[in-house]
Design a protein around this ligand. Sequence first.
Ligand code: SAM
Length: 212
Amino acid sequence: MSAHYFTPVPEAGHRVRELTTTLRGRRFRLRTDRAVFASRGIDRGSRLLIENMPVAPRDLILDLGCGYGVIGLAAAALASGGWVHLVDVNARAADLARANAARNGITNVTVHVGEGVVPVADLTFDLVLTNPPIRAGRGTVLAFFAGAHAVLRPGGRFLFVARTGQGARTLGRHAAAFFGHVAETAKGGGFRVYTATKEHAAAAPRGRAADV
Ligand SMILES: C[S@@+](CC[C@H](N)C(=O)[O-])C[C@H]1O[C@@H](n2cnc3c(N)ncnc32)[C@H](O)[C@@H]1O
């Protein structure tokens, strides 16, 4: 059976590559391998997301579906007083993300192997970032949206990127079902970035007990 980039334990042989790139003004050296997403070069959608992600210095951030770590490590470099959790179902990708953190001197990260937000379900984030696994199917992508909403603090933000030709606008509408309002905040090179803010819980109605 051929391996997908979201295979939990890829059996494909190795072909390690090293990519050198600048992200948000910082130089990174990133190792990639077969059976991980964008092994030949950083995905243009991921780059668009990185260029447009609003990271505050002390943010607690989740990179959902981290691959070899490009989004989460760029975020960690910006959130020097914060922390980034990176999650991927693909153990090979998670190993690369961990090694890439060390290679780039980034210490404010934790990399988890697991499904969606399950490994970080007891945490509450300021920002959730993802380039979701479209090829894994809409069910997985919608689970990412639901999971992001569940682990964000009220007022926290969710950003995702998708290819226009792979249904980005439809995904934007799906995300709105979880978040209420979703805005397109960047586009370029055939990709779109969407941003949603988790609403604060509505205030409990007052003085209506007599109507109940
Ligand atoms: C489009 S890739 C993006 C990878 C990386 N963030 C990047 O920008 O290069 C989506 C990632 O989601 C991971 N993934 C797929 N299904 C998953 C799941 N159920 N839970 C966690 N990660 C998953 C894949 O293994 C893949 O690494």
